[in-house]
Design a binder for this molecule. Structure first.
Ligand SMILES: CC(C)(COP(=O)([O-])OP(=O)([O-])OC[C@H]1O[C@@H](n2cnc3c(N)ncnc32)[C@H](O)[C@@H]1OP(=O)([O-])[O-])[C@@H](O)C(=O)NCCC(=O)NCCSC(=O)C[C@@](C)(O)CC(=O)[O-]
Length: 300
């Protein structure tokens, strides 16, 4: 059976914008539960400035506190060498650098231009490689920017190609504010795959306008097989006002299983994990599948 690799964003993208501090033991509990559901790639922490994103300040404690499961990759965001060194000390299995297709977003998110971000990443990639770590590269605002509006597919392709040539193993394409639609997603992917092999591309779609599943279906039809998602649809970006979370992992798994695509994820367990974390955060569950799960007897 054809499979899709899911990269779980809940503990990082999902929690980074929570207004109240989420206790470290809850973050650890979330990562462990997600691994128990069968998710094999979990972005567990972020080593960014605690002044910029205070919620992620305990990333080291999270990474060192989890009971690791064999075969699971626990990754972390590392915007610079300073972040990478802490991530290495905490035992991250994989790290990720992040930039954007739009200058304004890059400046607000990581306080530098796109060109400067790529310069910053060069030593990060070098050290990560020396330590045998895979590196992911994120491109934000691939289907729209909160400050610049529409983004040309060629601009996304340029930045994705630059990250790939710098040595990133995989490029994740972020619809940060969820304004994309399937036609735009296909046009963007068609441009990017001229620069980066399709097998190295991931879709990282937020669901602000309710388009994420449609956009995912469109890129799946183009052959893309790596998807980022967040349990219970947790999340939002601190530098994209009003943007909601990533598409909910439960909804993506329901879609993929319905298409006959394997994920290795136990959906029933995932639904319970989504409910558990929503309860812990006092949040409404952002997964439609999570909300509907007990109402029907026929499940894929
Ligand atoms: C990138 C920086 C650090 C530049 O921040 P800066 O202020 O330009 O950096 P700096 O090098 O001038 O350092 C200033 C201070 O920050 C400290 N610092 C510097 N680096 C680190 C570090 N790694 N860890 C801890 N502390 C750090 C450094 O030590 C210093 O401390 P001071 O001497 O003033 O006390 C900052 O802008 C930052 O942390 N930004 C946060 C960005 C962020 O986390 N955004 C959300 C994640 S990205 C995202 O969600 C999008 C994505 C990936 O999901 C895809 C999508 O959906 O589009």
């Amino acid at each position: 059976m054809d499979s899709v690799r899911l990269v779980e964003m809940g503990p990082r993208d999902g929690l980074q914008n929570e207004p109240a501090r989420v206790p470290t033991n809850i973050k650890i509990g979330l990562v462990e539960r997600l691994a128990d559901c069968g998710l094999t790639h979990i972005e567990a922490a972020s080593f960014v400035s605690p002044r910029w994103v205070p919620q992620m300040a305990d990333g080291g404690e999270v990474l060192t506190g989890i009971h690791r499961k064999d075969g699971v990759v626990y990754s972390a965001l590392t915007p610079n060498l300073q972040g990478l060194k802490v991530a290495l000390a905490a035992g991250a299995d994989e790290v990720a650098v992040f930039t954007a297709a739009s200058e304004s977003f890059c400046q607000r998110n990581i306080n530098c231009s796109v060109a400067q971000s790529l310069e910053r990443f060069t030593p990060v990639l070098q050290l990560a490689r020396e330590r045998g770590l895979r590196v992911r590269g994120y491109v934000s605002t691939v289907l729209g920017c909160p400050y610049e509006g529409d983004i040309a597919p060629a601009a996304v392709a340029r930045v994705a190609g630059a990250l790939y040539r710098l040595g990133c193993d995989e490029i994740s394409l972020g619809d940060t504010i969820g304004t994309g639609t399937p036609k735009k997603a296909i046009a963007m992917l068609s441009a990017v795959r001229q620069e980066v092999p399709l097998a190295r591309l991931a879709a990282h779609f937020h669901d602000t306008y309710g388009q994420a599943l449609a956009n995912l279906y469109a890129v799946l039809e183009q052959g893309l097989r790596i998807i980022d998602s967040s349990v219970a649809g947790l999340g939002g970006c601190p530098y994209a006002k009003g943007a909601t979370g990533n598409v909910a992992t439960e909804d993506v798994v329901y879609l993929l299983h319905g298409l006959g695509l394997n994920t290795g994820v136990n959906l029933d367990q995932l639904v319970h994990t989504g409910r558990w974390i929503s309860l812990q955060l006092g949040r409404e569950n952002g997964s439609k599948t999570g909300l509907a799960w007990d109402n029907h007897s026929r499940k894929p």
